[in-house]
Design a protein around this ligand. Sequence first.
Ligand SMILES: O=C(O)c1ccccc1NCC(=O)[C@H](O)[C@H](O)COP(=O)(O)O
Length: 393
Amino acid sequence: MEGLASLRVPFQTTQFHSSRPRTSILPSQAIFFHKRSSFSSFSASAQVESNDGSATVATPGESVTEALKTKEWEVGMFQNEVAASQGIRIRRRPPSGPPLHYVGPFQFRLQNEGNTPRNILEEIVWNKDTEVSHLKERKPLGVLKKALENAPPARDFIGALKAANERTGLPGLIAEVKKASPSRGILREDFDPVEIAKAYEKGGAACLSVLTDEKYFKGSFENLEAIRMAGIKCPLLCKEFIIDAWQLYYARTKGADAVLLIAAVLPDLDIKYMIKICKLLGLTALVEVHDEREFDRVLAIEGIELIGINNRNLETFELDISITKKLLEGERGKIIRERGITMVGESGLFTPDDIAYVKEAGVKAILVGESIVKQNDPGKGISNLFGKDISLG
Ligand SMILES: O=C(O)c1ccccc1NCC(=O)[C@H](O)[C@H](O)COP(=O)(O)O
């Protein structure tokens, strides 16, 4: 789509690319502008049928493209309302609406509280929404379904974690291939994803987590594909911000064996629907929670086999590994044991004491990035983390 720019840069992530004079901008406001497509000159009233079969009416002066954008925004607003009713604070779309104003070839939007993300997770989700809609245009679902025929077979992610847990008596390790993160910046300058993946596997990792988000984590689907094609045997988690079922198909075509579904972002119906699609594709869903409310929502969903407790608050970056313990105490821990759900402790794990602490809390697996990816030898980083060599020898 069009180039998006902002004068006030939220979280220092968007860039200004315009030669447009800045004098017309109010001091506390910013402007998003887009180059208008050739469709924009079409101004007669028109009706178009959208994906859900309903019709969108373009009023006089409004192009079909603009009308569709408005419709898309309305759907987003409905999603925001459903999500909010489930305690989800992340808004799927900016609530103050799509771009409104046209001058010459540019489309303007005043930046205000309603269209500025409230935290980094919301910013990531809004960007992902735009990114995915562009990708979908390039590779529609039909094309992906065809590509699935050539995808490598999916491997047993939970089976690998359980086997490692039985072999070592310690939580099975999902080792994360991550170059950077919003909370920590660049973690490793000399980043060779395949070399890191090989070192992790040699060091005793049961599974690998590969960041595919480019903008915030400097990851890529090329990394995921390259690791899969390099002969790595560990099952691979596609660590992505999933907001659309299309991404599940895409991840599978790139060699993923598992995907992450974040309860702080996805309403219950989305999680239920995506779990069904995952089963259809042979993908394992790691459903991530951070607090009691999210955990209870997820426990009420049928067919959940793998739940991660993220010790990092993705809105504030605050890390607290006692969250894993708190959520697994009492009735919830009992339900987990009765149902045989595999629990994963995620984020902020650095020492053998941390591992002992979350193991004691009841996790059978851990997801670790920073503490091992930063080591010169990430394989050695694994022995340091566990306080002993857990490789197959
Ligand atoms: O890590 C971040 O800054 C972050 C920000 C926004 C959304 C997600 C984020 N991280 C994802 C993760 O939770 C971690 O990559 C993963 O659990 C490993 O954590 P760590 O061992 O602390 O690197």
